[in-house]
Every structure is written in structure tokens, then in C-alpha cells.
Design a protein around this ligand. Sequence first.
Ligand SMILES: *Cc1c(COP(=O)(O)O)cnc(C)c1O
Length: 231
Amino acid sequence: MSMISENIDRVQNDINSACISVGRDPSEVTLIAVSKTKPVEMLKAAYDHGCRNFGENKVQELTAKMPALPDDISWHMIGHLQTNKVKYIVGKVVLIHSVDSYKLAETINDQAAKAGCIQDILLEMNLAGEESKFGSADPEINRQLIRDVSGLDYVRLCGLMTVAPYVEDPEENRVYFRQLRDMIYGDMREYFPEKPLLSMGMSGDYKVAVEEGATHVRVGSSIFGERNYNI
Ligand SMILES: *Cc1c(COP(=O)(O)O)cnc(C)c1O
């Protein structure tokens, strides 16, 4: 079996065990294979092993890979999105995870209206307040963003997303995963669907994220290996 197949099996087994340990049904969790910087051949290997959800963080890379792979793939936009690039992905990705401002949500709304579709989105929150990351750490700003975005007709607010800090011990991120879940299940519950989505957990911390209620984990290097940005 190839390295990628083995990796997918290992990650999926970890997800299943984490679910069982907290009484969740593993079918509630979608594993997104984060394929940024990786060649199409590696995505094909993951596809052949059963992966149907792929995540990319750049519009150009996403739209280049899409036509090179089978059309029963669900593509996820997980990276920072500029308003001028929204038109290239609206209606083509199942979910935009990284909506971090009202202006961006409004642009997605306008483009979806034009395309005659409703775009599913998540709002990104930067709970640890890291400089390098997008979204706000301020609960009041985040609450206002939720209220404002829920008023748009052509975007469907499905849930929340966060990119937790890079840490040695994944337990350190449990607090942020809990905060994200509490943001939905607290006094903002009415703004989210019956089954809200929580996109949280990456290679270093997806088990803890699943224990805390993640419905989508975004796993890159644990499936495809380390990324090399210098090529
Ligand atoms: C790259 C990336 C991931 C995957 O990171 P790994 O640590 O390689 O699993 C997840 N989410 C986002 C937003 C990313 O940009």
C-alpha cells in the first residue's frame, strides 16, 4: 500500500477512536485532505483511496487542480480569500471556511446572487489572537459578524472555523476548540442551522478537535507529508 493510503487509514482510524472515546458517531466527522503545494498525482492517490474532500488555500491552485481531477470531489476553500478572487470559486466549492470579514461575506453574497446559487460558508475566528492569522479574537466583534452575515440572502452561514496555534502539546489547543463550539451553542445558537459545522483541527491537533466536536478536520502534512515551499 502507498504511503498516502497508509496515512489516510491512520488518520481516519484516529478520528474514529477519538469519536468513540467521547460517544460520537464517526460519520459526523469529515476528513478534508489538505493538498496545497502537492501535485495532482498525490491528490489522485488520495482519491483512489477513497478521499472525496480536498482543501486548498489559494484560489489559483484550487481552480487549476479542479479540472484535473474527477468531478465527484467536494472542494473546500480554507485559506485567506481576497474579494477580487471570490468570483472564481463561488458555486464551485462546497464550503468556504475562511470568511473573516463582513466585506468578504458581502462579496460572496453578490457573486452567488449573480451565479444563481447559495454559497455555504463558515466564519473564521482567531481565538488565540495570533498576529499572523485571520479573523478576530474579540467575542463581541465575532458575535456582530455572525449577526450581520446571517442577514445575507445568498450565503448560508453553516458554522465556524479556526486555525489554532502551532503547539507541541495539542492539549493546549483544547481551550480554543471549546470556545469555538461554545460560540455556536451559546447565545448565538439561533443564527446557525440545526446541525452546525465546526471546522477545527489540523495534523497536530485533530484528535483533540474531534473530542471537542469538530465536524470537519483539515489534515495536510499527516496525509501528504511535509510541505516544501522552496520549490
Ligand atoms: C495548511 C492548512 C491546514 C493543514 O495543515 P497541516 O498541519 O499540514 O495538517 C489546515 N488548515 C489550513 C487553513 C491550512 O492552511
